[in-house]
Write a protein that binds this ligand. Structure first.
Ligand code: NAD
Length: 484
C-alpha cells in the first residue's frame, strides 16, 4: 500500500482504533492505496470527551485571536498546494487542474473565516432612554461535520474554518472513500497553531455517523452527501434534539434559449456536465433546450468528443459508480433516447484498471424517463426539449431537488424570469456552475437541503452560533418606561 493505514485524530495524536478496516482505492488505477478504520460509538465518545474539554479555553479565546490560526492555515494551504492537489487526485481521481482549484477554494473559504471578526460583530441599540439591547454570538459547543467523497479537501473546509473561528470544537467524519486529505488538513491546522482537541477526526461510515447523530453532547451537525443519507442524518440528529444542516443530492437543469451565445453556452454546458467527471452537486445534469437549439447541441457534441479521458476528464469514484452510470445510459437508450456522444466502455491506455467514463450526451430524452429524474452523478447530460420558457421551468420545477439551475440567453427579461421562477437555491445566468463565492452562501432548496441556513458564507454564522440577547439599564431614572 502506498499510504499507511488511516488513523483517527484524537487530541493531538493520530491513533489506530481496533476496528475493522476498509480498502481505499485510487480510482485512476483501481489500486488499493490505504485502509481506513470503521469507527463506532466508543471512538466517537472518546473524541467528544476531548472536544468538551478543549471547548472551554477555545470558546473563551477572543475571535480576533482565534482567526489568527486561519490566516496561518490559509498560507499553509497555498504553500502545500502541489502536495494537497496530488493527494486529492490520488484518492478521488479528479485531474490535477480540478484538484488544484479545490485547494484554492479551500483557501478562499478560509479567507472568509478570517473576516468573521468584522462580519459577526454584535449589535447594540439604545431602545428606550438609558436602556440598551445588545446581541452577542456564542458558539453552540461540540459540533460535527460529515462529508462526501467528491471534494475531499474543499467540503471539510466548508465547515471547519467557520465553525472553529466562531468558537466551536469539531469532530470531522470524512468520507471513508477519501480519508487521506482530512489527515493533512488536521496536520496543517496543528502547524498553524490550532490547540489540541479543537478539531478531531473519527473515520468510518454508517456506524460512526449514527453515533455522532445520537451523542447527547454534540450540539450541531453539518452533513453533505446524497439526499437519501441527508434525510436519515437530519431525522436522526434532530430526533436527539441537535441542530442539523444536511445538504443532499441534486439534479441541476440548464435552460438553453435559442438566442444564447453558441460558443460560450456549448463550452459552459459541457464543462459543467463533465468537470470532476460529473461528480459535483452543481454539475449540469439536464439541458432543457427551448425551441431550436440544434446549433448549440452540435457544438456541444464537438466539445465533448474533443475531450480525452485520463487527460481532460478523470475517472468516477468506483467500479460500482461506473456500473450504475452505465446502467442509466443503457436504460435511456432502450427507452428511445439517442446517445449523441457515448462515454461507455472507455479505456485509458496505461490506466486500464481505472474507472473511466467519457463525457456522454443523450438527446431526445423525455421528462418521464428515469435518467431525467434521478441523480446520475457522472459525466452525463440529457437533453429534453421544451417549446417555451414556461414549459422549461415546469420541467425544472417538477424535480424534487433544487440545488442549482441556470439559464443561457442574451435576453435580460428571460434571464430575470428564470431567476425568479426556478425552484432552486442557486441560480445562474450564462453560468454553467453557479456556485456563489464568499461572502455569499452555498445551499440548495427542496430535497437538496434540509435545515435552516446555508453551509458557507454569511448563512453559516447563524448555524454555528447562538445569539444571546442582553438588555441593560445604567441610568438612575426609575419608572420612565414599561421596561423599568
Ligand atoms: P453519501 O451520502 O453516500 O455519503 C456521505 C456521507 O454519509 C459519508 O461520510 C458516508 O460515510 C456517510 N454515509 C453513507 N451512507 C450512510 C448511511 N446509510 N447512514 C449514515 N451515514 C452514511 O454521499 P457520497 O456518495 O459520498 O457523495 C455524493 C453525494 O453527495 C451526491 O448525491 C452529491 O450530490 C452529494 N453532494 C451534495 C453537495 C451539496 O452541496 N448539496 C455537495 C457535495 C456532494
Amino acid at each position: 500500500m502506498k499510504y499507511a493505514e488511516v488513523q483517527n485524530y484524537l487530541g493531538d495524536a493520530f491513533v489506530s482504533p481496533k476496528r475493522p478496516l476498509l480498502d481505499v482505492y485510487n480510482p485512476s488505477s483501481g489500486d488499493i492505496i490505504s485502509r481506513v478504520p470503521l469507527s463506532g460509538a466508543a471512538e466517537v465518545d472518546a473524541a467528544v470527551q476531548i472536544a468538551k474539554v478543549a471547548l472551554v479555553p477555545w470558546s473563551a479565546t477572543p475571535i480576533k485571536e482565534r482567526v489568527q490560526v486561519f490566516y496561518r492555515y490559509k498560507t499553509l494551504l497555498e504553500q502545500h498546494i502541489d502536495e494537497l492537489t496530488a493527494l486529492i487526485t490520488e484518492e478521488n481521481g479528479k485531474i490535477a487542474s480540478e484538484a488544484r482549484a479545490e485547494v484554492l477554494k479551500s483557501a478562499e473559504l478560509t479567507e472568509f473565516a478570517c473576516s468573521l471578526p468584522q462580519i459577526a460583530a454584535g449589535e447594540i441599540l439604545e431602545v428606550s432612554r438609558g436602556v440598551e439591547c445588545r446581541v452577542e454570538r456564542y458558539p453552540v459547543g461540540v459540533v460535527a461535520a460529515i462529508t462526501p467523497f467528491n471534494f475531499p479537501n474543499m467540503v471539510p473546509n466548508w465547515s471547519i474554518p467557520n465553525a472553529l473561528a466562531l468558537g466551536n470544537t469539531m469532530i470531522l467524519k470524512p468520507s471513508e472513500m477519501v480519508p487521506l486529505s482530512a489527515r493533512r488538513i488536521a496536520e496543517l491546522l496543528k502547524e498553524a497553531g490550532l490547540p489540541p482537541g479543537v478539531l478531531q477526526i473519527v473515520n468510518g461510515g454508517q456506524e460512526a455517523v449514527e453515533a455522532l447523530c445520537d451523542h447527547p453532547d454534540i450540539a450541531a451537525i453539518s452533513f453533505v452527501g446524497s439526499t437519501k443519507v441527508a434525510q436519515i442524518v437530519y431525522r436522526r440528529a434532530t430526533q436527539s434534539l441537535k441542530r442539523c444542516l444536511a445538504l443532499g443530492g441534486a439534479k441541476n437543469h440548464l435552460i438553453v434559449m435559442p438566442d444564447a451565445n453558441t460558443e460560450m453556452t456549448s463550452s459552459n454546458v459541457v464543462a459543467s456536465m463533465s468537470g470532476c467527471a460529473g461528480q459535483r452537486c452543481m454539475a449540469a445534469s439536464v439541458m432543457v433546450g427551448v425551441g431550436n437549439t440544434d446549433h448549440i447541441i452540435k457544438r456541444m457534441v464537438e466539445h465533448a468528443k474533443a475531450m480525452v479521458p485520463g487527460t481532460d476528464i478523470g475517472p468516477v469514484i468506483s467500479a460500482a459508480a461506473r456500473e450504475r452510470i452505465t446502467r442509466y445510459i443503457d436504460e435511456a437508450e432502450k427507452a428511445g433516447a439517442k446517445v449523441l456522444v457515448d462515454g461507455r466502455n472507455m479505456k485509458v491506455p496505461g490506466k486500464e484498471g481505472g474507472y473511466y467514463l467519457g463525457p456522454t450526451i443523450i438527446d431526445r430524452v423525455t421528462p418521464d424517463m428515469k435518467i431525467a429524474q434521478e441523480e446520475v452523478f457522472g459525466p452525463v447530460i440529457v437533453i429534453v426539449r421544451a417549446k417555451d420558457v414556461d414549459e422549461a421551468l415546469r420541467i425544472e420545477n417538477a424535480s424534487p431537488y433544487g440545488n442549482a439551475a441556470s439559464v443561457f440567453t442574451e435576453s435580460g427579461g428571460v434571464a430575470r424570469y428564470v431567476m425568479e421562477h426556478a425552484s432552486a437555491g442557486m441560480v445562474g445566468v450564462n453560468v454553467g456552475v453557479p456556485v456563489p463565492r464568499e461572502p455569499f452562501s452555498f445551499g440548495g432548496w427542496n430535497d437538496s437541503k434540509f435545515g435552516v441556513g446555508d453551509i458557507t458564507g454569511r448563512g453559516s454564522i447563524e448555524f454555528w452560533t447562538q445569539a444571546k440577547k442582553m438588555t441593560t439599564k445604567w441610568n438612575s431614572e426609575a419608572g420612565t418606561n414599561w421596561m423599568s
